[in-house]
Design a protein around this ligand. Structure first.
Ligand code: HEM
Length: 231
């Protein structure tokens, strides 16, 4: 017998992730895939072609794609950082920092849940404090990747290019080799984060049953009225 789909009366549909949060999330996701694939190739070129390299321009094409993806990635990261100050309460910087009694309690509850010490997941409108802290860390890695990428680009940019302004970053990273190493390690850190993040999103989605997984597409979560304070 077909099950009747009825609207629950004890949950409320709340708009959590605004368009800039969702858009930047997915632009970062897709540009990161392109950056990783092209970046890996730049570090370990494995395609060999017959005849003069200029007839094929494989590395040149891969590097151009890497640069275009880097532009999308960098702009998305900066738009999202701007939105940490301009967005709704769920997009704000305070969601990413485990400061204050309420956020520390949320951090502890999430730790207990993810380490299987607690059965019930905390019902959270925005990010729980543990997830928020992991996002703060990953935004730090994004910024390091952007800064090391700009430092590396100064070597290729023409002498009169405005990008030469970023030459000052090279000594801050103790030279180009270190900048390159940080750039490379950053990619692996984001990859490891992504695997864990997707696992935790799926886990939270199943345990919380408030539509966490879909929320990053639709923007909405479904919270119990007890949580939102609606009678
Ligand atoms: C390269 C892969 C990914 C990275 C680096 C990444 C990164 C992030 C970051 C930084 C946030 C915080 C959003 C913000 O406030 O700006 C976030 C949130 C979120 N992401 Fe991803 N993401 C990735 C892939 C995915 C995928 C494939 C999904 C699957 C649906 C997903 C679902 C979500 C959800 C549901 C949230 C909100 C979680 C919450 O309620 O705390 N992410 N992601």
């Amino acid at each position: 017998m077909a099950r009747l789909l009825t609207k629950s009366t004890d949950t409320e549909r709340l708009y959590i992730w605004e368009l800039p949060v969702r858009l930047t999330h997915w632009l970062i996701f897709f540009s990161f895939i392109v950056l990783s694939a092209t970046g890996y190739y730049i570090g370990h070129p494995f395609i060999s072609v017959a005849g003069p390299a200029r007839d094929h321009f494989v590395m040149g094409t891969v590097r151009a794609v890497h640069l275009y993806a880097a532009i999308v990635f960098t702009l998305s990261v900066f738009v999202r950082i701007y939105w940490m100050f301009a967005g709704n309460r769920y997009a704000r910087l305070t969601q990413l920092m485990p400061f204050g009694a309420e956020r520390l309690r949320s951090f502890w509850e999430a730790m207990m849940f993810y380490s299987f010490m607690r059965r019930e997941a905390e019902e959270c409108a925005g990010h729980n404090a543990l997830a928020g802290s992991s996002y703060a860390m990953i935004y730090g890695v994004y910024l390091l990747s952007v800064a090391t990428g700009l430092a590396l680009y100064t070597v290729d940019a023409s002498p009169g290019s405005p990008f030469q302004i970023f030459k000052f970053l090279i000594p801050l990273f103790d030279g180009l080799q270190m900048a390159r190493l940080i750039h490379h390690v950053g990619m692996w850190v984001v990859m490891i984060f992504a695997v864990m993040h997707i696992y935790f999103v799926i886990l939270a989605s199943i345990a919380e049953r408030i539509g966490t997984f879909d929320s990053i597409v639709s923007g909405y979560k479904f919270l119990s009225k007890r949580k939102t304070g609606t009678p």
